[in-house]
Design a protein around this ligand. Sequence first.
Ligand code: HXC
Length: 269
Amino acid sequence: MTTFANRMFEGRTALVSGGGSGINQRIAERLAEQGASVALVGRTQSKLDAVASGIIAAGGKSAGFAADVRDYDALLRSSAAAHEQFGAISIVVCGAAGNFPALANAMSANAFKSVIDIDLLGTFNTCRAAYEHMDPAGASIVTISAPQAVQAMVMQSHVCAAKAGVDMLTRTLALEWGPLGIRVNGVIPGPVADTEGMDRLAPAGPVRDALAAQLPLRRVATKDDIADMVVFLCSDAAKYVTGAIIPCDGGMTTASIAIQTPRSATRHG
Ligand code: HXC
């Protein structure tokens, strides 16, 4: 039987994209609490530094290595620096994402592309660059998907397309990298409180309350709900799990619930 040891990621290096804020910050903190040295990747060095300082103040190990996930060469440099400072990478969380509510006919081709580039290409770039600096034995990659991958939503054509791609990328990498010892799984977070994404799509107030009331578990997620799932997937308890895309969404996708973003939330509302 597998039991969770305290500090079960001691001696391991984790790379978390989007780790400067939101859900990914909490994931980074939880991995560090479990002993991992956490390399934070994101666009803004000062945000990464602030999160790393918090982790260090709490007794953990962390540093920020700024890169835009759309830039493969920058990610390769960040991965190399993380490897150099902390040792070979064996946990990767692909969390960087972009989103805004917009109808397809109010979106430029470049607007659509920007989300595809951050979410889908960025996930590939993160996995591919980290791979070059990875210790594959027992390694775990977790991609962060969204309900939009399986549930069509108005004003979300870019995110629906990108996250559906992320899920298939996740499953394909699981096939190709499983024989090397690398597990690759995805998490579908439902609506998460206190995040930029939720604030954009389901602003606090009646829209969010109505969404929460429809969810089978009758509440939106906390960041810890999602971080717990990622910790599980990186742990030995999940050692036979790969290619799985796991909803951690209070039943949102099972119930086929779509977020009803108000028109006033768009630029063209
Ligand atoms: C229409 C918009 C728009 C909007 C931007 N664009 N916002 N079009 N409506 N509200 C267009 C711009 O006009 C431009 O097109 C193109 O998109 C790129 O915009 P830039 O601002 O130049 O790009 P960039 O600075 O790279 O910013 C990327 C971004 C931005 C995605 C647009 O929102 C961002 O940086 N987001 C990161 C943070 C974030 O989104 N966090 C929430 C993630 S939550 P033109 O044609 O004018 O050049 C998440 C979870 C989803 O993803 C699930 C929730 C349940």
